[in-house]
Write a protein that binds this ligand. Structure first.
Ligand code: ADP
Ligand code: 5GP
Length: 205
Protein backbone atom coordinates (compact mmCIF):
# COMPACT_ATOMS: atom_id res chain seq x y z
CA UNK A 1 0.00 0.00 0.00
CA UNK A 2 1.17 3.55 -0.78
CA UNK A 3 1.56 5.73 2.30
CA UNK A 4 -1.33 8.20 2.47
CA UNK A 5 -3.49 6.22 0.08
CA UNK A 6 -7.11 6.06 1.14
CA UNK A 7 -9.17 3.06 0.08
CA UNK A 8 -12.38 3.09 -1.97
CA UNK A 9 -15.68 2.82 -0.13
CA UNK A 10 -17.91 0.53 -2.13
CA UNK A 11 -21.64 0.45 -1.26
CA UNK A 12 -23.58 -2.53 -2.35
CA UNK A 13 -27.39 -2.61 -2.22
CA UNK A 14 -30.47 -4.28 -3.69
CA UNK A 15 -33.52 -6.26 -2.60
CA UNK A 16 -33.07 -9.09 -0.13
CA UNK A 17 -32.47 -12.35 -2.01
CA UNK A 18 -31.15 -10.69 -5.19
CA UNK A 19 -27.69 -12.22 -4.72
CA UNK A 20 -25.66 -9.48 -2.99
CA UNK A 21 -24.00 -11.92 -0.60
CA UNK A 22 -23.19 -14.34 -3.41
CA UNK A 23 -21.60 -11.61 -5.58
CA UNK A 24 -19.76 -10.13 -2.63
CA UNK A 25 -18.22 -13.52 -1.82
CA UNK A 26 -16.91 -13.78 -5.39
CA UNK A 27 -15.35 -10.33 -5.18
CA UNK A 28 -13.62 -11.29 -1.92
CA UNK A 29 -12.35 -14.52 -3.38
CA UNK A 30 -10.63 -12.61 -6.18
CA UNK A 31 -9.42 -9.49 -4.34
CA UNK A 32 -8.95 -10.80 -0.80
CA UNK A 33 -5.71 -8.87 -0.24
CA UNK A 34 -7.21 -5.49 -1.17
CA UNK A 35 -10.81 -5.61 0.09
CA UNK A 36 -12.22 -5.73 3.56
CA UNK A 37 -15.84 -6.28 4.47
CA UNK A 38 -17.34 -4.18 7.20
CA UNK A 39 -19.18 -6.48 9.60
CA UNK A 40 -22.45 -4.83 10.65
CA UNK A 41 -24.25 -4.97 13.96
CA UNK A 42 -27.82 -6.30 13.95
CA UNK A 43 -30.64 -7.06 16.34
CA UNK A 44 -31.71 -9.97 14.09
CA UNK A 45 -31.04 -13.44 15.50
CA UNK A 46 -28.34 -15.53 13.78
CA UNK A 47 -29.40 -17.85 10.95
CA UNK A 48 -28.10 -21.38 10.95
CA UNK A 49 -24.38 -21.28 10.18
CA UNK A 50 -23.95 -17.55 10.81
CA UNK A 51 -21.04 -16.68 13.08
CA UNK A 52 -20.97 -13.77 15.54
CA UNK A 53 -18.24 -11.32 14.52
CA UNK A 54 -17.97 -12.78 11.02
CA UNK A 55 -21.43 -12.44 9.46
CA UNK A 56 -22.73 -9.86 11.92
CA UNK A 57 -22.25 -8.70 15.47
CA UNK A 58 -25.51 -9.98 16.97
CA UNK A 59 -26.55 -7.52 19.67
CA UNK A 60 -29.66 -6.64 21.69
CA UNK A 61 -31.95 -3.76 20.76
CA UNK A 62 -30.87 -1.99 23.93
CA UNK A 63 -27.19 -2.22 22.99
CA UNK A 64 -28.06 -1.12 19.44
CA UNK A 65 -29.82 1.98 20.76
CA UNK A 66 -26.87 2.78 23.01
CA UNK A 67 -24.53 2.70 20.00
CA UNK A 68 -26.91 4.93 17.99
CA UNK A 69 -26.93 7.49 20.81
CA UNK A 70 -23.11 7.32 21.01
CA UNK A 71 -22.89 8.08 17.26
CA UNK A 72 -21.01 4.80 16.73
CA UNK A 73 -22.71 4.01 13.41
CA UNK A 74 -21.77 5.47 10.04
CA UNK A 75 -25.37 4.67 9.07
CA UNK A 76 -28.15 2.57 10.50
CA UNK A 77 -31.63 1.49 9.47
CA UNK A 78 -34.55 -0.73 10.41
CA UNK A 79 -35.23 -3.43 7.84
CA UNK A 80 -38.00 -6.07 7.96
CA UNK A 81 -38.42 -5.58 11.72
CA UNK A 82 -34.73 -5.65 12.70
CA UNK A 83 -32.06 -2.96 13.16
CA UNK A 84 -28.78 -2.94 11.25
CA UNK A 85 -25.81 -0.57 11.55
CA UNK A 86 -22.32 -0.02 10.12
CA UNK A 87 -19.53 0.59 12.68
CA UNK A 88 -18.03 4.00 11.88
CA UNK A 89 -14.59 3.69 13.54
CA UNK A 90 -13.80 0.34 11.91
CA UNK A 91 -14.67 1.56 8.40
CA UNK A 92 -12.63 4.77 8.81
CA UNK A 93 -9.64 2.82 10.10
CA UNK A 94 -9.73 0.42 7.14
CA UNK A 95 -10.08 3.22 4.56
CA UNK A 96 -7.20 5.14 6.16
CA UNK A 97 -5.03 2.04 5.99
CA UNK A 98 -5.60 1.98 2.21
CA UNK A 99 -7.95 -1.01 2.14
CA UNK A 100 -11.00 -0.90 -0.11
CA UNK A 101 -14.12 -1.47 1.94
CA UNK A 102 -17.42 -3.07 0.93
CA UNK A 103 -20.65 -2.23 2.73
CA UNK A 104 -23.53 -4.55 1.89
CA UNK A 105 -26.45 -2.57 3.25
CA UNK A 106 -30.07 -1.74 2.56
CA UNK A 107 -31.17 1.25 0.46
CA UNK A 108 -31.98 3.55 3.40
CA UNK A 109 -28.46 3.00 4.76
CA UNK A 110 -26.87 3.39 1.33
CA UNK A 111 -28.54 6.78 0.86
CA UNK A 112 -27.17 7.94 4.23
CA UNK A 113 -23.63 6.89 3.24
CA UNK A 114 -23.92 8.63 -0.17
CA UNK A 115 -24.76 11.84 1.69
CA UNK A 116 -22.06 11.68 4.35
CA UNK A 117 -19.34 10.16 2.10
CA UNK A 118 -20.17 11.31 -1.45
CA UNK A 119 -16.89 9.90 -2.77
CA UNK A 120 -18.23 6.35 -2.27
CA UNK A 121 -19.06 4.15 -5.27
CA UNK A 122 -22.59 2.76 -5.08
CA UNK A 123 -23.91 -0.28 -6.90
CA UNK A 124 -27.50 -1.47 -7.05
CA UNK A 125 -28.17 -5.12 -7.84
CA UNK A 126 -31.45 -5.80 -9.65
CA UNK A 127 -33.28 -9.12 -9.99
CA UNK A 128 -34.29 -10.25 -13.51
CA UNK A 129 -37.94 -10.32 -12.26
CA UNK A 130 -40.04 -10.38 -9.08
CA UNK A 131 -40.88 -14.05 -9.67
CA UNK A 132 -37.19 -14.92 -9.69
CA UNK A 133 -36.56 -12.84 -6.56
CA UNK A 134 -39.26 -14.74 -4.68
CA UNK A 135 -37.90 -18.02 -5.99
CA UNK A 136 -34.41 -17.16 -4.68
CA UNK A 137 -35.65 -16.05 -1.26
CA UNK A 138 -37.56 -19.31 -0.86
CA UNK A 139 -34.74 -21.38 -2.33
CA UNK A 140 -32.26 -19.93 0.18
CA UNK A 141 -34.34 -21.55 2.92
CA UNK A 142 -33.27 -19.12 5.65
CA UNK A 143 -36.41 -17.04 6.19
CA UNK A 144 -39.89 -17.93 7.39
CA UNK A 145 -43.01 -16.93 5.42
CA UNK A 146 -43.54 -13.68 7.34
CA UNK A 147 -39.94 -12.61 6.77
CA UNK A 148 -40.14 -13.50 3.05
CA UNK A 149 -43.34 -11.45 2.70
CA UNK A 150 -41.73 -8.42 4.40
CA UNK A 151 -38.62 -8.71 2.24
CA UNK A 152 -40.67 -8.92 -0.98
CA UNK A 153 -42.86 -5.99 -0.04
CA UNK A 154 -39.71 -3.92 0.63
CA UNK A 155 -38.25 -4.86 -2.75
CA UNK A 156 -40.50 -2.63 -4.88
CA UNK A 157 -39.82 0.50 -2.84
CA UNK A 158 -36.09 -0.26 -2.87
CA UNK A 159 -36.07 -0.62 -6.66
CA UNK A 160 -37.86 2.72 -6.94
CA UNK A 161 -34.82 4.31 -5.26
CA UNK A 162 -32.28 2.65 -7.54
CA UNK A 163 -31.81 5.83 -9.59
CA UNK A 164 -29.60 7.28 -6.81
CA UNK A 165 -26.88 4.69 -7.42
CA UNK A 166 -23.76 4.99 -9.63
CA UNK A 167 -24.20 1.61 -11.33
CA UNK A 168 -26.94 -0.97 -11.93
CA UNK A 169 -26.22 -4.65 -12.34
CA UNK A 170 -28.91 -7.22 -13.19
CA UNK A 171 -28.09 -10.49 -11.47
CA UNK A 172 -29.60 -12.92 -13.96
CA UNK A 173 -26.64 -15.00 -15.07
CA UNK A 174 -24.26 -15.01 -12.09
CA UNK A 175 -21.03 -15.03 -14.13
CA UNK A 176 -22.16 -12.09 -16.26
CA UNK A 177 -23.28 -10.12 -13.19
CA UNK A 178 -19.92 -10.83 -11.55
CA UNK A 179 -18.01 -9.63 -14.65
CA UNK A 180 -19.93 -6.36 -14.45
CA UNK A 181 -19.36 -5.96 -10.72
CA UNK A 182 -15.66 -6.66 -11.16
CA UNK A 183 -15.48 -3.99 -13.89
CA UNK A 184 -17.11 -1.38 -11.63
CA UNK A 185 -14.81 -2.35 -8.76
CA UNK A 186 -11.64 -2.14 -10.83
CA UNK A 187 -12.64 1.14 -12.49
CA UNK A 188 -13.38 2.73 -9.12
CA UNK A 189 -9.91 1.90 -7.79
CA UNK A 190 -8.22 3.66 -10.75
CA UNK A 191 -9.40 7.17 -9.83
CA UNK A 192 -6.43 9.51 -9.16
CA UNK A 193 -7.73 10.17 -5.64
CA UNK A 194 -6.88 6.56 -4.81
CA UNK A 195 -3.44 6.65 -6.47
CA UNK A 196 -1.71 9.58 -4.76
CA UNK A 197 1.78 10.40 -5.93
CA UNK A 198 1.71 7.94 -8.81
CA UNK A 199 2.03 10.51 -11.63
CA UNK A 200 4.74 12.40 -9.73
CA UNK A 201 6.72 9.22 -9.22
CA UNK A 202 6.78 8.73 -12.98
CA UNK A 203 7.61 12.41 -13.71
CA UNK A 204 10.47 12.40 -11.21
CA UNK A 205 11.83 9.12 -12.51
P1 ADP B 1 -28.85 -11.41 -0.74
O1 ADP B 1 -27.48 -11.39 -0.09
O2 ADP B 1 -29.02 -10.31 -1.74
O3 ADP B 1 -29.97 -11.47 0.23
P2 ADP B 1 -28.06 -14.12 -1.54
O4 ADP B 1 -26.64 -13.90 -2.03
O5 ADP B 1 -28.22 -14.76 -0.20
O6 ADP B 1 -28.91 -12.76 -1.62
O7 ADP B 1 -28.79 -14.99 -2.67
C1 ADP B 1 -30.12 -15.48 -2.48
C2 ADP B 1 -30.24 -16.87 -3.12
O8 ADP B 1 -30.16 -16.75 -4.56
C3 ADP B 1 -29.12 -17.82 -2.70
O9 ADP B 1 -29.67 -19.12 -2.51
C4 ADP B 1 -28.16 -17.78 -3.89
O10 ADP B 1 -27.45 -19.00 -4.03
C5 ADP B 1 -29.11 -17.56 -5.08
N1 ADP B 1 -28.52 -16.83 -6.22
C6 ADP B 1 -27.68 -15.76 -6.18
N2 ADP B 1 -27.37 -15.33 -7.44
C7 ADP B 1 -28.05 -16.14 -8.30
C8 ADP B 1 -28.16 -16.20 -9.73
N3 ADP B 1 -27.53 -15.35 -10.53
N4 ADP B 1 -28.97 -17.17 -10.25
C9 ADP B 1 -29.64 -18.02 -9.45
N5 ADP B 1 -29.57 -18.04 -8.09
C10 ADP B 1 -28.79 -17.09 -7.51
P1 5GP C 1 -30.30 -9.95 6.21
O1 5GP C 1 -31.22 -10.00 7.37
O2 5GP C 1 -30.86 -10.69 5.00
O3 5GP C 1 -28.89 -10.38 6.55
O4 5GP C 1 -30.18 -8.43 5.76
C1 5GP C 1 -31.34 -7.69 5.45
C2 5GP C 1 -30.95 -6.39 4.76
O5 5GP C 1 -30.19 -5.58 5.66
C3 5GP C 1 -30.06 -6.60 3.52
O6 5GP C 1 -30.52 -5.72 2.50
C4 5GP C 1 -28.70 -6.20 4.00
O7 5GP C 1 -27.89 -5.69 2.95
C5 5GP C 1 -29.06 -5.09 4.97
N1 5GP C 1 -27.98 -4.77 5.92
C6 5GP C 1 -27.02 -5.57 6.45
N2 5GP C 1 -26.20 -4.88 7.24
C7 5GP C 1 -26.63 -3.59 7.22
C8 5GP C 1 -26.18 -2.37 7.83
O8 5GP C 1 -25.20 -2.29 8.56
N3 5GP C 1 -26.90 -1.25 7.56
C9 5GP C 1 -28.00 -1.25 6.76
N4 5GP C 1 -28.61 -0.08 6.54
N5 5GP C 1 -28.45 -2.37 6.17
C10 5GP C 1 -27.77 -3.51 6.40
Amino acid sequence: MHKGKRGVLFVFSGPSGVGKGTLKAKLFEEFADRIAYSVSATTRGPREGEVDGKDYFFISRQEFERRVKNNEFLEHAEFAGNCYGTPRAYVEKLLDSGMNVVLEIDVQGALQVMKSMPECVSVFILPPSFEELEHRLRGRGTDDEASIARRLSNAASEIRQAHWFDAWIVNDNLDKAYDELRAVYLASTLHPAHRPGLANTILEG
